[in-house]
Write a protein that binds this ligand. Structure first.
Ligand SMILES: *Cc1c(COP(=O)(O)O)cnc(C)c1O
Length: 423
């Protein structure tokens, strides 16, 4: 099936006489006839459901669709993108370990790594995505357990050279985790370029309608945990907290990572999305292919308009010829990148705030990547926790405006920009 077809048909396949739409199994528990039947589920010896904190059929249908879209072997949904980022790293690294991450990542992820996970004893080295091979090499340590980056960084719109980062990770015997939220599997499939694990904030384009917060983790099934057993004993030796199961032995390379994340992290930390939210997410996924084309087209048109406006001091959009990341975008996203454009308003911070006040169609919202055009000044909102040096390090300037093109007619979006910026 082509990607556009998987958006509609992937995941849930109804049998004869069964509902066509994904059933919402809004139930915390599942009934069994004997304790022995249920015991098999606890031992992960039989497939089935017993408590929704661990797994739920509605969630699994939707996870299966996202897994198919990314070309992975197993996947799970989480209650937010933050939970997906945390689980994907914490499933591999714990107290005393180290992770290499791109410095151009979402502010919330940066804080999760740099503050909260550091408090848990996991150390992070942030590297510039455009660093030299020597600098990238120097970031690794004997206790490094993973490399993390974003396909298109939010909000700097830096495009990661996925193949280069995958190679560096693999040379050091660790997997590459990619946050593919902005590109979505419609515009980029990181697994095809060497990524081992792909995560999403489904809150953005996947839901696409401002309706639900959620996350997803997809495993490619390609990383050979057994070949690097010294680094990943939690996947390749018995888990005493879960009936002595060895994940790679029981579930193979294709299922070990996600089963461990479910059995340990979802069990102990929660963060399961509600089945109702997964149902709503699935409605968004059904039109993801169609919507991404419109978002991308609007993003391109808006970027071209802004590039020719005298009140715009700079613009970042990887789809623009001349953009620093145009060549990487052409390689990884030949059909277009995303609907988010970032630019500076001439006159700095104050001028940016004035411009935002004048907008009529575009709403000010702490959000991106959905049906309605929205706009944000990161330095005074999402990134206000960061110092100026940290802001620069993750590619966010004080005069920067992040503009997310919705699904409206591009003429109306550009008309709004024109009246707010002046010609
Ligand atoms: C929004 C976002 C997140 C966090 O996701 P939530 O669903 O808000 O928890 C992570 N990564 C990227 C790239 C994002 O845009």
């Amino acid at each position: 099936m082509k990607t556009g077809t998987k958006c509609i048909e992937g995941g849930y396949m109804p049998g004869n006489g069964e509902p066509r739409q994904v059933p919402i199994i809004q139930s915390t528990t599942f009934k069994y006839d004997t304790s022995a039947d249920m015991g098999k589920l606890f031992d992960l010896e039989a497939e089935g459901y017993f408590y929704t904190r661990l797994q739920n059929p509605t969630n699994d249908f939707v996870a299966k669709k996202i897994t198919a879209l990314e070309g992975g072997t197993a996947g799970m949904l989480t209650s937010s993108g933050q939970a997906a980022s945390f689980f994907s790293v914490f499933n591999l690294a714990s107290n005393g370990d180290h992770v290499v991450a791109s410095a151009s990542i979402y502010g919330g992820t940066f804080n999760l790594f740099n503050v909260t996970m550091k408090r848990m004893g996991i150390d992070f080295t942030f590297v510039e995505p455009d660093c030299t091979d020597e600098e990238l090499e120097a970031a690794f340590r004997p206790n490094t357990k993973a490399v993390f980056g974003e396909t298109i960084a939010n909000p700097s719109l830096v495009v990661l050279d996925i193949e280069r980062f995958a190679k560096a990770a693999h040379d050091h015997g660790v997997p590459l985790i990619i946050d593919n939220t902005f590109a979505t599997p419609i515009n980029c499939r990181p697994i095809e370029w060497g990524a081992d694990i792909v995560i999403h904030s489904t809150t953005k384009y996947m839901d696409g309608h401002d309706a639900t917060v959620g996350g997803a983790i997809v495993d490619s099934g390609k990383f050979d945990w057994n070949a690097h057993s010294d680094k990943f004993p939690s996947l390749t030796t018995p888990d005493e907290s879960y009936h002595g199961i060895t994940y790679t032995e029981r579930f193979g390379l294709e299922g070990a990572f996600i089963t461990k994340a479910t059995a340990q992290l979802m069990r102990d930390l929660g963060s399961i999305p509600s089945p109702m939210n997964c149902y709503i997410l699935n409605l968004g996924l059904e039109s993801l292919d169609v919507r991404m084309k419109r978002h991308t087209e609007n993003g391109q048109k808006v970027a071209e308009f802004l590039a020719g406006n005298k009140n715009v001091s700079w613009i970042h959009y990887p789809g623009l010829e001349g953009d620093r990341y145009h060549a990487l975008a052409q390689k990884y996203m030949p059909n277009g990148t995303c609907g988010v454009v970032s630019f500076g308003v001439k006159g700095g911070r104050a001028a940016a705030e004035e411009f935002m006040k004048k907008l009529r169609l575009a709403i000010i919202a702490t959000h991106v990547a959905d049906a309605r055009t929205c706009v944000l000044h990161p330095a005074s909102s999402t990134h206000r926790q960061l110092s100026d040096a940290e802001l620069e390090a993750c590619g966010v300037l004080p005069d920067m405006v992040r503009f997310s093109c919705g699904l409206e007619d591009s003429e109306d979006i550009i008309g709004d920009l024109r009246q707010a910026l002046g010609e």
